[in-house]
Design a protein around this ligand. Structure first.
Ligand code: IMP
Ligand code: MG
Length: 211
């Protein structure tokens, strides 16, 4: 199972661009020397596709031929779930939940409210909660407790991005796409005030970016 924390590595795969080193909030990450709608690209669509394929293969192995219920956390995880589902070779169904979000800012309010519950019971099922980004862990701690009450057979977490340095709740995801420093990511489902979800690459929202 995936306690693997891949390094952030430069991506010149599709663009041919050389990686640039940028220092943001004291954390140094290697990023693509390309921008998308004025935003710096952190992971290209090709890098995402490769990593999602690896995660799908790992999840498939761990399932050992059993069925799976994928539970996406709306809205951010919708694109990741769509791609991850196609990388998993198993008899899988989807469900979605929605929680209260960050609103319009960059920081967490601390409170979680369930806006949309599961459609189907998960008792005795292999459940994979699919998240776009794990930050403080407050959302997943709330969901994990809620889902555990239904006694699933297994309850695992897959997150595309993980910001371990921001953790408040004790949440350790089973599958992590990329572990990143304290940056604000947008694109590939992730938003800033509901914008940028449809960017095909994962980009970086910088505090000085014009809105
Ligand atoms: P948590 O409850 O603090 O772990 O936050 C989880 C949710 O906050 C994620 O599912 C995202 O929807 C949102 N979030 C946290 N960090 C970011 C980010 O860098 N970009 C976009 N959304 C984020
Ligand atoms: Mg989310």
């Amino acid at each position: 199972m995936g306690d693997r924390q891949p390094e952030i590595k430069p991506a010149s795969i599709c663009t041919g661009a050389s990686a640039a080193r940028r220092s943001i909030s004291g954390d140094t990450v290697a990023m693509n020397a390309i921008t998308y709608q004025g935003l710096q690209v952190l992971y290209t669509r090709q890098q995402i596709a490769e990593r999602v394929a690896e995660m799908g293969a790992e999840i498939t192995r761990d399932l050992n031929g059993e069925k799976l219920v994928m539970v996406g956390v709306l809205k951010g995880a919708a694109l990741f779930l769509a791609d991850l589902a196609r990388a998993i070779q198993a008899d899988a169904t989807f469900d979605f939940v929605a929680t209260s979000s960050y609103g319009h800012g960059l920081s967490n309010s601390g409170a979680v409210k369930l806006i949309k519950d599961l459609d189907q019971p998960i008792e005795g099922k292999n459940v994979l909660v699919v998240e776009d980004i794990l930050d403080t862990g407050i959302t997943l701690a709330y969901l994990r407790k809620l889902f555990a009450q239904q006694r699933p057979k297994t309850l695992r977490i897959a997150t595309l991005l993980d910001k371990p340095s921001r953790r408040i709740e004790n949440i350790k995801p089973d599958y992590v796409g990329y572990s990143i420093p304290n940056l604000f990511a947008v694109g590939y489902g992730m938003d800033y005030a509901e914008r940028y979800r449809n960017l095909p690459d994962i980009c970086l929202m910088t505090p000085d970016h014009p809105e």
